[in-house]
Write a protein that binds this ligand. Structure first.
Ligand code: PLP
Length: 381
């Protein structure tokens, strides 16, 4: 857990925190001085480097190694892409849907997960959505739906809609026992606590930099478990996915033996320059410390919301980072919060408050004070 002076020093690196109660990391993480310096470093390298691309390819490979180490993977199991969608698509389109054609996912997945697998229907995919019971998809539903015809289980680590955390280990066990693959979408969790894809045992993992990884939009990562890499040949591809990128062999398709085969064209170098300092900042805080800070703020906020009698979509024992409260008019509630300097977001009837290591108890109290003054806009428990 961060000490008071450590937290104050961390907060000083995020200028927005001087003016706002920033509880918006589930949409976009706050900008730090470190990440802002990354933008300047990119411009400097472009202006001064004698061979920018030589330098940039080195930086791109460094980022691959840094992200791999963050999730306990090997660099050659990681593809660098421009969005989570750009990571999920080449896997979806490389799989075949013959005897095993079922795709089983819960109803609280992020929309892109639904869309990409639904787009595989003309190729034979039979997509089945598991209905939630309240704001959770029960483990039993996965147990009943996953069978010897199931090809893959796309799974959100934490739902963007209600903060519900999936039981990844148990669902992965069920899927693997029946021969199905698991594709974990870690976007709403990665950067908030240690993640170990090997311990989780998932086959694919995707996340991006713009939320809890403290980086920019336009950059994401796909992990593919080593044994699957060469069994999959995406048809969404390009020159950067080839074994020898600089062979320039237009008439030869020779996919890389590493996860780079899931990439396509020129990598987003400016975003890579901004993402690295974000990852380095997280590593310097320590992900255990990040998790402890988020858990204590989440618990305090959940308790405060309960004391105000506000109905909550997120389970009461959540460790965070996302807490979603029920609102009668989420757009009006966001306007009131914004008016008092609280940055939050809304999805449907849910008001989303998300916590990161840079938040403090005062942020929790400020948000609760605004809610207390606007109970007319909230659903009561
Ligand atoms: C769970 C989850 N997955 C994926 C995404 C974004 O996907 P993409 O990078 O394709 O825009 C989000 C962003 O809001 C998300 O919350």
């Amino acid at each position: 857990m961060l000490s008071g002076p450590e937290l104050a020093a961390l907060r000083a690196r995020f200028p927005v925190l001087r003016h706002k109660t920033y509880l918006y990391s589930c949409s976009q993480g706050a900008l730090s001085d470190a990440v802002q310096s990354g933008m300047a470093a990119y411009a400097d390298s472009w202006r001064t480097s004698p061979a920018p691309w030589d330098e940039w390819v080195g930086v791109y490979e460094s980022l691959r190694a840094e992200f791999a180490s963050l999730i306990n993977a090997s660099p050659d199991e990681v593809a660098i892409v421009t969005s989570a969608s750009a990571g999920i698509n080449p896997v979806g389109n490389a799989l075949t849907f013959n005897r095993r054609n079922k795709v089983v996912m819960g109803e609280f997945e992020f929309p892109t997960m639904g869309h990409i697998w639904l787009a595989q229907r003309p190729r034979g995919a039979d997509v089945q959505f598991l209905p939630g019971s309240g704001d959770a998809v029960p483990l039993d539903s996965y147990d009943r739906a996953i069978d010897e015809r199931t090809c893959i289980v796309p799974l959100t680590h934490v739902s963007f809609l209600n903060g519900f955390r999936s039981d990844v280990a148990a669902i992965t066990r069920i899927a693997h026992d029946r021969g199905a693959l698991v594709f974990l979408d870690g976007y709403q969790d990665c950067g908030t606590r240690p993640v170990d894809v090997k311990a989780l045992g998932v086959d694919f993992f995707v996340t991006g930099t713009l939320k809890y990884l403290l980086g920019p939009p336009g950059l994401a990562f796909l992990y593919v478990r080593r044994e699957h890499i060469q069994t999959l040949s995406p048809t969404v591809t390009g020159w950067m996915a080839q074994r020898d990128v600089f062979a320039f062999a237009t008439q030869v398709l020779d996919l890389a033996p590493t996860a780079r085969r899931f990439e396509s064209g020129t990598p987003p170098i400016p975003n890579i320059y901004q993402a690295r300092p974000g990852l380095q900042l997280l590593a310097s805080i320590g992900l255990q410390n990040v998790a402890a800070q988020i858990q204590s703020l989440t618990r305090a906020f959940l308790q405060g919301a309960r004391d105000l009698g506000i109905a909550c979509k997120t389970p009461p024992d959540s460790v965070g980072p996302l807490v979603v409260l029920r609102s009668l008019d989420a757009a009006a509630a966001i306007a009131r919060l914004t008016g008092r300097g609280v940055v939050a977001s809304a999805r449907r009837d849910g008001l989303r408050f998300s916590f990161h290591a840079y938040n403090n108890l005062e942020d929790v109290e400020t948000a609760l004070a605004v809610l207390k003054d606007n109970l007319d806009l909230m659903v009561r428990a």
